[in-house]
Design a binder for this molecule. Structure first.
Ligand code: ADP
Length: 453
């Protein structure tokens, strides 16, 4: 039998804080790390830490970080036997995973088939239903047929409903429908948007939940059929579907129910032959969980899980890609204390406009229970070309209130001058009575921002 391709060098097909995070994990495992960069990222400080750094093209992501050919050429030139996609960019692109495999390299993530299934929300829903994972009420079929057929589907579910693109992502291609009179127009419009944005007009319908929380389960699986779930996270504080503060565990939810859902997620992974890290995203309302989607990659908010479980999720992803068995068993997973993550963006804290620029002063927080994941150093020029997230401040405490108190202290120590930062927004959210009690719904932050005008 052909041996699994072994590798001693990982190419990191990403940039910024997650590139540095992956680089650190490679070092932990005594692997060589190759970084790639676009012309906009030339001279970025984290590149100096890599064994090699290769320019893969101009600033536009389509010509660099999304350029499969350039990434494979960089892997070829540097002898990288594996590619870690990080999050965003090509991380959930099945064709990229296929191209890497075809080049004889290892994609650090699940199989292309698993990525494809989870990238199609109808296929994902079917896979979940067959594993007993609870889904949002509604058919696991594409929405087709006459206006009467569609009205009948909505009638069965009960208004309000949401029409969603099967191939959707990034919070786009969704439309809420509150009454029968809006239905046909909404279906047509969403179908057109789905075709335009995602190249696939397939849409489906499900119940719209009015005030859910966003609660997710982290999983990690190896290629030997082992799957464990590493607890839960609450990511309900969102603006325009973008998470702002995340925490682990989700406050105020029955732990026995979480354990039941976690076991179902791990079971679903075994059923579909999933390997690597992944996240099952749920809406949680009135004491019940409803699956919405699975992310087949490491997530921005993975550190809060690392803080409470003591597991290095990125190192574990790489170990799995090397063909090792998981280093943890389910019975070893213990969640201790509480962790929060504030996403620091180079943006105006009040009008949210991106405000990149050169970092003229930088002071990062520290002390017990504080971790900062960032690629910033003084003098670094935050480029305008990419996502505005420049740092993640993570706190851990024995209790949720200790984690909050430590985060408050960390934000007071954090000084970033040059680019704008949303630090002041985070500081005010940590004083919000709703957040302090815990368990707010996904509309809470937008409501707060509206009240403030
Ligand atoms: P995407 O892949 O675009 O992120 P998701 O399916 O994860 O799409 O949904 C994104 C967001 O849309 C959710 O976090 C939630 O805020 C909202 N949403 C999706 N489905 C529903 C639903 N059935 N009821 C209420 N809100 C929903």
């Amino acid at each position: 039998m052909k041996q699994e391709t072994p590798f001693d060098t990982v190419l990191i097909a990403n940039r910024g804080e997650i590139a540095l995070r992956i680089l650190r994990a490679c070092r932990q495992l005594s692997l060589k790390a190759v970084c790639v960069y676009s012309e906009a990222d030339r001279g970025a400080p984290y590149l100096e830490l890599a064994d090699e750094a290769v320019c893969i093209g101009p600033a536009a992501a389509s010509a660099s970080y999304l350029n499969t050919d350039a990434l494979l050429m960089a892997a070829e030139a540097t002898g990288a036997g594996a590619i870690h996609p990080g999050y965003g960019f090509l991380s959930e692109n099945a064709a990229f995973a296929d191209a890497i495999a075809a080049s004889g390299r290892v994609f650090i993530g699940p199989s292309a088939d698993c990525i494809r299934t989870m990238g199609d929300k109808i296929a994902a829903k079917r896979a979940m239903i067959s594993s007993g994972v609870p889904c949002v009420p509604g058919p696991d079929d594409a929405l087709i047929g006459s206006a009467d057929d569609i009205a009948a589907v909505a009638g069965d579910i009960g208004f309000p409903v949401i029409i969603k693109a099967a191939g959707g992502g990034g919070g786009r291609g969704m439309r809420i429908v509150r009454s029968a009179s809006e239905l046909v127009g909404a279906v047509e419009l969403t179908r057109k948007e789905a075709a335009r944005f995602f190249g696939d007009p397939t849409i489906y319908m499900e119940k719209f939940l009015d005030r859910p929380r966003h609660v997710e389960i982290q999983v990690i699986c190896d290629k030997h059929g082992n799957a464990v779930w590493l607890g839960d996270r609450d990511c309900s504080l969102q603006r325009r579907h973008q998470k702002v503060i995340e925490e682990a565990p989700a406050p105020g939810i029955d732990r026995a129910l979480i354990a039941q859902i976690g076991e179902l997620c791990a079971g679903a992974c075994r059923n579909i032959g999933y390997s690597g890290a992944g996240t099952f995203e749920f809406l949680y309302e009135d004491g019940a969980f409803y699956f919405i989607e699975m992310n087949t990659r490491v997530q921005v908010e993975h550190p809060v899980t690392e803080m409470v479980t003591g597991t290095d999720i990125v190192a574990e992803q790489i170990r799995v890609a090397l063909g090792h068995e998981l280093s943890i068993r389910q019975e070893d997973v213990v969640c201790e204390g509480h962790s929060l993550e504030c996403r620091i963006n180079a943006e105006d804290p009040f009008n949210f406009q991106p405000r990149p620029g050169r970092v003229t002063r930088l002071a990062l927080p520290g002390g017990p229970g504080i971790r900062v994941d960032t690629h910033l150093v003084q003098g670094y020029e935050v480029p305008a070309s990419y996502d505005s997230m420049i740092a993640k401040v993570i706190s851990h405490g024995r209790t949720r209130s200790e984690a909050i108190e430590r985060m408050r202290g960390a934000l007071r120590q954090l000084k970033i001058e040059g680019p704008a930062s949303n630090g002041p927004l985070h500081a005010s959210l940590l004083e919000d009575p709703g957040f302090i009690v815990g368990g707010v719904d996904i509309h809470h932050l937008e409501r707060l921002l509206k009240e403030r005008g």
